[in-house]
Design a protein around this ligand. Sequence first.
Ligand SMILES: [Fe+2]
Ligand SMILES: [Fe+2]
Length: 447
Amino acid sequence: MTQTLLLENDAKLASLYSLNFQIYAGTDVIWKKNLEDAIKVLKVLPQLSLIVSRTKIEGKKSALLLYEYVRKNELQIPFIVLGEDNSLKDNAVVLSEDVELKILIQNVAKMLGVTPKKMVEKIIPDFVPIPIKHFLFINETICDLYVKLSEIPENFHFVKRIPAGEIFSKEFIKRYIRKGLQQLHILKCDRIKFINSFSYQLIETLEDDKLSMKDRISSTEVAFETVAGLFQQNKVNEENMELAQAGLKSVMTIVSQSGNLFNNLLTNLIDLKTSYLFKHIVIINFLGIRVIKKMHWEKEEHLIKFSFACFFHDIFLENERQAKVKTPEELDLLTDREERDITYEHAWTASQLALKTREIPLEVENIIMQHHGQKNGIGFLPQLTPDHLRDDLSPFSYIFIACEAYGDIIFSEGKNKNDYDMVINKLPEIFKHEKFEKILYCFKDMN
Ligand SMILES: [Fe+2]
Ligand SMILES: [Fe+2]
């Protein structure tokens, strides 16, 4: 830890400065109120990291005298002076006598080599950001909501905008979105009660039969993202599973009410700018349910199991970059070690969650574990060909793998139906394993 000598004769200011230097710049502060005591400190600690000194104390030019001591003893300590002193301008950072606290902290942090990013990290933990789109589907908040105001990243503060208990409209939130606001913030200590109240209201929205298809897609995406965020932090409990089940049921509603893939579902998913993670869940579900029905395996329990597998298969992946990895080569492109590990074993970790969660039907864990073609849920296959893909997976796993791969092709082609006949004809080149033959046939006149 760095050490900073503070020469300040006002005890209240000294206490305020010490606390803030410590919190935001992570430095240990040694406070002295007169020049003599400050020099005594320098004699014992000549390796100090920084000196912050008032220009004049009790009529003495304390900063100048302290600086002369430093120079005479050839000490290499940077200097911040509080109060105008022209004689020091070339050798120290000179700030005005009543400098704003945040400006002073920024200068202290800068001279101690604390980056703005590190300062932000130190400040942020008191508040938790919540994506603003989450508030489109609730109309009341159980705790105060704040807006983060900043001109530059390291210089910001939080202002309360919606007090606890206030009812707000969708239009009110949309106005903030139009202004470019991406997040609202809550106090960290309010997090649990916020999530509980938020989940309760979101479940009510998802269970509303009159919800329009566009609102259903957007609110289900919010439910999925909330559940994924909670599960990734190991917060798997009854309340969070309730939200997961409401989200899953809503995906099934989307799939069953979107009669046509290209004109309805795909257009909505693309127009609403849904994330890859969410949109690929919906498309795999849509394609899979139709394949299962065409194969006459449409027992209700099969359809439900397949839908569960869709919702949870990538639940531990954090972003599109990870979710788009389908081969060992693509995995190698992830340079961050932690990100690679999460992606490498995500099928296995999600299957373990399915296995130990009472609400998730048995056998869902198998489809999840095998959704990249590996029987143990670890890693990826180079290709979907007989020399790589085994033939003893669950029949639903082959459907899942084919639907995910076909979904990726659909996303890369966009929403122009005319290009699909060509794509469909190319599918046998990609899916060479005999287990895919019937499934490809089912894709043929699906639109
Ligand atoms: Fe996936
Ligand atoms: Fe996956």
